[in-house]
Each structure stands twice: as C-alpha cells, then as structure tokens.
Ligand binder design. Sequence first.
Ligand SMILES: O=C(O)c1ccccc1N[C@@H]1O[C@H](COP(=O)(O)O)[C@@H](O)[C@H]1O
Length: 204
Amino acid sequence: MTRGMSDLFVKICGLRTARDVDTCVEAGADAVGFVFATSARTIDAATARRLAERVPAHILTVGVFRGQPLDEVRRLTQESGVRAVQLHGDEGPEYYEALRSQGRTLIRATAATEVPARLGELGEDLLLLDAPDPGSGKPWNWASPEFAAPTGRWMLAGGLHPGNVRRAADVTGAWGVDVSSGVESERGVKSTELIRSFITAARH
Ligand SMILES: O=C(O)c1ccccc1N[C@@H]1O[C@H](COP(=O)(O)O)[C@@H](O)[C@H]1O
C-alpha cells in the first residue's frame, strides 16, 4: 500500500494531556501514542483510557512498550483500551503471535541502523524504523545512500520535527512518520504550535 504526499500517515507520540490529544485530533493526526515504557512521558493505564476516549474511531490509539513482559503488555493494553501495540524490545515471533489474539494492530519498532527489517517478518502489521535511542529526539542518517528502505507500511521516526519531516518522507519514501521530541517545548511537554506545524509540514 502506498500513500501520496498529502496522505502520509502521521503519528504523534507521548501524549499526556487532554489538550494535546484534542490538538492532534483537530490538526488531523492519523494516530496518537501513549507511552507505557519507562520514560519522562510515561502515563498509567487509567490516564491513557481517559485520553483514548477523546479520540474518534478513525484515529489509531497506540500503546508504546519497551522490553516489558507479555502479561504486563496485555494488561496495560486491555485496561487502557488502546487499539494498537508498539513494541521497542527484542521480542520474537511467539510474542507477536500471543498478542495477536487481543485483536490489536501490532507495530514493530526497530533501530534503523540494525539489520535491514522487512515488514511482517515477526507477524507485525506495521514497521517503525527509529533511532537507536527511541524518544530521545536524536536523528539517524535516513538520507544515507546506504539506507535500504523497506517496502509497504513502514513509519519513519527519530529526531523528526516540523523543519525536516517533509524532506525525510520524500527522501526515504516512508509510508508514515512518527514524532515525540520534535513537537515538545521541553522534554515531556508537548507544544500545540509544534504539533500543528508538524502535521501541516508532513502533508505539504
Ligand atoms: O517517547 C518515549 O519516551 C519512548 C520511550 C520508549 C520507547 C519509545 C518511545 N517513543 C518513541 O520514540 C519515537 C520518537 O522519537 P523522537 O523523540 O521523535 O526522536 C517514536 O517512535 C515514539 O513512539
């Protein structure tokens, strides 16, 4: 599946407040992320549920995990009601298989600098190519001629911001983009203006 310039899939991650969720919805995000991994952006399941309930059905709600036990991922997913699970650990195909029965969209996040990843090889529905230190705002060299982009539904993340997102999508041919630090005024605090600018820049 390919998307044109204007229908680039845009995910805004690390949301913690109703105001930020509403900004993403109004600005036209395709997905919003809630971090359950250890981070400055971590929220609990009850907070994520309250925020997810503000999100219309056409926008994907995503729970973000990193190296957490399967039971914990299942519990937080169920309690929060998020519709997708994003995994940043080194989980194997059995882990994905076990989560599939929950009926969630499965997103595999991997460092773009690792062995080239192929969409679906572990049973995921979407692939996310990120920097080695997810959520840090540090970019990786997506413009390198050595980067072999996967095909299909894959998202680009890592150090994106309103000033580089369009070029990053053009250069890599990504199906979608994902951002956290690049739409914050300080670590863990989202900026309404930057969220709006990012989504506008991604689509034009
Ligand atoms: O945002 C976090 O704190 C986080 C923690 C643990 C795993 C993933 C995390 N976020 C993901 O990182 C990228 C965004 O990175 P950046 O800050 O824009 O450089 C995105 O995939 C988030 O879902």
